[in-house]
Design a protein around this ligand. Structure first.
Ligand SMILES: *Cc1c(COP(=O)(O)O)cnc(C)c1O
Length: 457
């Protein structure tokens, strides 16, 4: 088989400023050993997130020029509406400035004190919006989804038995909606199978509970269904996506992921009464229903991005990139969360640097060294992000996994960039026994990972 090449050519370039290891040493020290505090120009390869970091195509940039900025009834909205309707089949489509705005509107209407919202795994902003509205967010992913070594093909699936028990326990009346995150971002970008979406819908229908998809990576999920689930090999990703959406009653979407744009989102649904209420909130907090929180040109870029993201050549290249990284890491013996998901590789820091105790942040030690060694920015997802101090004992309570996420922006880096990342990981892995942990010198009371400062132990 020949190399699966990037199915695009480069028309505009953004130069990367190269730095030396000793310069990066000074930069990192100044930033308090927190990669969120390093300015982007001092990063060589930025794998902090795949959100809002995509490269737009020539047709998307042309769309930016075509944007109709009329306040009401803009041509750009009509085109956006038709595209989202074609892909999802939903009747009511409400543009928002990003995914969490769609979540806030939906849960502001549905979640209140005494309600429960189950999911395979809620993303942070989804959970925060549910809790902010007074509801309780529940994660019911299958057990394989929590095992970093399980090779289950659909580790994002919700556990149907647990969902059934949960509905009976809390009473269906108290469950206004159930969510499925496709792909399961917080679980490592793992897909959900069509069979699982169908079984979830069948179960919920018996209790009249609506199902919504958190559809940020719906196209990547559709490609996994095509390549892994029996019966889907000959369907197009567009047909598969349509089938996924047809099994749900609506979706929230962050266009910063699979719409290949830098800002945007939407809420889409069929329930007319709920849509009316959502539009009323939208007008107060986002904008008029034909633009939401966006400019006409943003709607044009999203419309075109939603078309391009379903091209099979693009999806093959996209998923193959992550798989390629996994194969090379396997050859080097570097531990990571398996199998590789749709948008990122997660290094398993506890196995990578077992000599660093979790309260000295092994993930941070690896992330800092990847920066020092090669100017690569990654994200610790472990004890810094999710660890807590037990108020009674004063002891550190660690989350189940210590991970370092390498998230891949869409269409931004080429194969040689990825090979460079592998070379840097190999260097750091070779000297892993010399890595040292970190301790806080400043810690904010909430979401401490963004602004914390550290010193090396
Ligand atoms: C990014 C993301 C969101 C939130 O979207 P924003 O556009 O960042 O507000 C919600 N759910 C999932 C699964 C995401 O990945």
């Amino acid at each position: 088989m020949k190399t699966i090449i990037e199915p695009f050519k480069i028309k505009v370039v953004e130069p990367i400023k190269m730095t030396t290891r000793s310069q990066r040493g000074d930069i990192l020290k100044q930033a308090g050993y927190n990669l969120f505090m390093v300015t982007a120009e001092n990063i060589i390869i930025d794998l902090l997130t795949d959100s809002g970091t995509a490269a737009m195509s020539d047709e998307q940039w042309a769309g930016i020029m075509r944007g109709d900025e009329s306040y009401a009834g803009a041509r750009s909205f009509r085109r956006f509406y038709e595209k989202v309707n074609e892909i999802t089949g939903y009747q009511h489509i409400i543009p928002t400035h990003q995914g969490r705005a769609a979540e806030r509107i939906l849960f502001g209407l549905l979640a209140k004190s005494g309600t429960y919202i189950p999911s395979n795994t809620h993303f942070d902003t989804t959970r925060a919006n549910i809790e902010y509205s007074g509801g309780v967010a529940i994660d019911l992913v299958i057990p394989e989804g929590k095992d970093p070594q399980s090779l289950h093909p659909f580790k994002g699936n919700i556990d149907i038995e647990q969902l059934r028990d949960f509905i009976r326990k809390v009473d269906p009346e108290n469950i206004p909606v159930c969510m499925l995150t496709v792909t399961n971002n917080s679980g490592g970008g793992q897909p959900v199978s069509m069979e699982n979406i169908r079984e979830t819908k069948d179960l919920l229908s018996r209790y009249n509970i609506p199902l919504f998809l958190d559809a940020c990576r719906f196209a990547e999920n559709a490609y996994f269904i095509k390549t892994r689930e029996p019966g889907y090999a000959d369907k197009t990703c567009q047909e598969i996506a349509r089938e996924m959406f047809s099994l749900a009653d609506g979706c929230t979407m962050s266009a910063k992921k699979d719409a290949l744009v830098n800002i945007g989102g939407f809420l889409a649904l069929n329930d007319e009464e709920l849509a009316m209420k959502a539009r009323n909130v939208l007008i107060v907090t986002e904008g008029f229903p034909t633009y939401g929180g966006l400019a006409g040109r943003d709607l044009e870029a999203i419309t075109q991005g939603l078309d391009e993201v379903l091209h099979e050549d693009y999806l093959e290249y996209r998923i193959r990139t992550v798989e390629y990284m996994g194969e090379k890491l396997d050859q080097m013996g570097v531990p990571y969360l398996k199998p590789p998901g749709g948008h990122a590789i997660y290094l398993d820091a506890k196995t990578f640097a077992p000599h660093i105790p979790v309260h000295h942040f092994p993930g941070q030690a690896i992330a800092c060294e990847l920066y020092l060694e090669g100017g690569i920015r990654t994200c610790e997802i472990g004890s810094i992000m999710f660890g807590k101090i037990d108020p009674d004992t004063g002891e550190h309570v660690a989350p189940p996994l210590e991970l370092v996420r390498l998230a891949f922006p869409r269409r931004v880096y080429t194969q040689s960039h990825f090979d460079y990342v592998l070379e840097v990981i190999a260097e750091v892995f070779q000297k892993r026994k010399k890595l040292r942990g970190y301790r806080f010198v400043y810690e904010a009371p909430m979401l401490r990972h963004f602004t914390a400062r550290f010193e090396q132990i």
